[in-house]
Design a protein around this ligand. Structure first.
Ligand code: DON
Length: 572
């Protein structure tokens, strides 16, 4: 052999050895896959698929199971969004976000001098919006599932009644929150053992929750919104000073919405429209980055991060001004997700210098609001992700807001209420728990949905299912999802590498780039600082639950996001 040929062969072998050394292998399945924040819940989903259920049956079963095994965020006392793509290519979106109670007012969390009353929008019964989860899940099952509610809720009832082993993460949480839980006897009864934290390996049985789930299995959403659970919520609210009334519950309705559709390179992005900001911002970010050769710029190089965060700041400024519940305010969605608007944003970016947030404002209201009248482009163009053997896919994010929501359990029902009211703009310009600011568009009004950042997303290529993903993480949900999409599409990472790659974030206010604790080298930070950025090493961001589909080979690839230690893929 010629020396040159030998050298080439050596270099090729060396290259693949290096690639493999730094690459992580996804979990592979063929007939179905569930990625969620709990192994027990993912396994419940797979059992449903094995019994012949479709992706919606499995998703609903996973959601009820998560309400038992992942009480941090899994819930029946919160709300969320579910995006579904059917094997025939049709898509739909279910909005089961919470609403403000009828007696809520724009200034309900302020004192007589207009100052925010600490913690009122965050803890205790007053922090809760009217829950949407049970209505949303039962609607999804009724319309798009194939199995009986009874059979789909059964695994969750079993997990609640028989209990499950508390793992390290849950034991840590429950011990850290002991003092907070002790403030609410109904909560302490469920999540503490005689006032003391559960230890790793203890069995957590949730008998009251099992009873609530049994009511739901028998009577459906009726049980929660009109029946025995509604009565118990009403009683607890009256006793403990909450706002949710029988009328609020009776009036709650999930909404079926048209997913947002956007095109990024040769891919089609389906994602959630308002009342979440997630879909709009994800589409905007991708539109504004599309003209760049991101692979050439280099993943997580200073130039790449600069471009990404400068664009983020514009869309987050738009979030603060324009976005809210579309049933109450006109959100200029089509303008915001247009390629023309993305171009305007690109043109305002200085590749060498960070533009401080005080110089960035929302886009031109009139231009954005009238965008619809312009020629449109052609149209060819605790998150859990589920795919079944027929190619139906569900991407759903639901929440209590932050971990364990309001910390308040409804007496006798065994479930935590959300603290989602804090996602409203409780005072113009005042940051919420995620540092997000807002104004009139997201002010509190009775029955209005609070603005979210949840971003359940499904991506296709050439009309074939390609990627199903979403994440928790408050304001960082959107940037986490976006970076995983870019990692797959532009940086050609496998799904596991794409999920593990270090993330960055910026949200206009506060004016800073947050980077994950590991993986962004000091010289990149120094280069960003020299461009005028304030860089802060923060915590890990998001927990992306993603499935990549290779329709040609008939394979499903699932990724575990190690950031929170919960992420679990089940496949068969
Ligand atoms: O709807 C929202 O945007 C927030 N309530 C989501 C909260 C969240 O992701 C908490 N997870 N870390």
């Amino acid at each position: 052999m010629k020396p040159r040929l030998i050298l080439s062969i050596f270099l090729i072998i060396y290259y693949f050895a290096i690639i493999n050394a730094y690459s992580h292998t996804p979990i592979v399945g063929r007939n179905g896959m569930i990625v969620s924040s709990s192994q027990l819940a993912s396994d419940v989903g797979i059992e449903i698929l094995k019994k012949g259920g479709n992706a919606v049956d499995a998703a609903v079963a996973v959601a009820f199971a998560l309400a038992v095994t992942h009480p941090q965020a899994g819930n029946i006392g919160g709300g969320g969004f579910m995006l579904i793509r059917f094997a025939d290519g049709n898509t739909t979106a279910i909005d089961y976000r919470e609403t403000a109670p009828l007696s809520a007012t724009p200034t309900m969390y302020l004192d007589s001098e207009g100052n925010i009353i600490p913690d009122l929008s965050l803890r205790g019964p007053k922090a809760a919006g009217v829950p949407g989860t049970v209505a949303g899940l039962t609607l999804a099952l009724d319309r798009f599932g194939t199995m009986d509610l009874k059979n789909v809720v059964k695994p969750a009832i079993k997990l609640a009644r028989k209990g499950f082993q508390v793992d390290y993460g849950l034991s840590q949480d429950l011990s850290e929150l002991r003092e907070d839980f002790l403030k609410y006897p109904s909560t302490a009864k469920i999540f503490l053992k005689n006032g003391m934290p559960y230890q790793m390996g203890d069995i957590l049985r949730q008998i009251d929750l099992a009873k609530s789930l049994e009511h739901i299995a028998k009577q459906g959403a009726e049980a929660f919104y009109h029946g025995p659970i509604a009565k118990q919520i009403d009683r607890a609210m009256k006793r403990d000073g909450g706002l949710i009334s029988l009328e609020d519950l009776a009036l709650y309705e999930p909404v079926v919405r048209e997913p947002l559709v956007n095109h990024y390179r040769e891919y089609t992005i389906y994602t959630m429209p308002p009342p979440t900001s997630g879909g709009i911002i994800l589409c905007g970010l991708l539109n504004a980055l599309e003209p760049d050769d991101l692979r050439k710029i280099g993943h997580n190089s200073a130039r790449y991060i600069h471009q990404f965060v400068e664009i983020c700041n514009h869309y987050y400024a738009d979030r603060a001004f324009f976005m809210g519940d579309p049933d109450f305010v006109n959100v200029p969605t089509m303008g915001l997700i247009s390629k023309e608007y993305a171009l305007k944003i690109r043109q305002s970016i200085d590749p060498e210098r960070h533009i401080p947030s005080q110089y960035i404002s929302h886009g031109d209201s009139v231009w954005l609001a009238t965008y619809l009248s312009r020629p449109q482009e052609s149209d060819h163009t605790t998150h859990f992700s589920v795919v079944d053997r027929w190619g139906n896919a569900v991407s759903s994010t639901y929440t209590l807001n932050d971990s364990y929501g309001s910390y308040y359990v409804i007496e006798g029902c065994g479930f935590l209420l959300n603290n989602e009211m804090d996602d409203f703009s409780i005072k113009p310009g005042a940051p919420n728990i995620y540092g997000l600011v807002g104004d009139k568009a997201n002010a509190i009004q009775p029955r209005k949905r609070m603005l979210s950042s949840m971003t359940p997303t499904i991506i296709t290529r050439d009309g074939k299912l390609f990627l199903i993903l979403g994440s928790p993480g408050g304001s960082k949900i959107i940037t986490s999802v976006c970076q995983v999409v870019l990692n797959v599409i532009d940086h050609q990472m496998n799904i596991q590498d794409a999920v593990l790659a270090p993330r960055v974030h910026s949200q206009w206010l506060p004016d800073e780039v947050v980077i994950e604790p590991l993986g962004i080298p000091a010289d990149v930070v120094a280069q960003l600082q020299s461009k005028g950025h304030t860089v802060r090493r923060g915590y890990f961001m998001g927990e992306v639950q993603a499935i990549m589909v290779d329709t040609n080979r008939g394979l499903l690839f699932g990724a575990i996001d190690l950031r929170n230690g919960n992420s679990a893929v089940s496949a068969y």
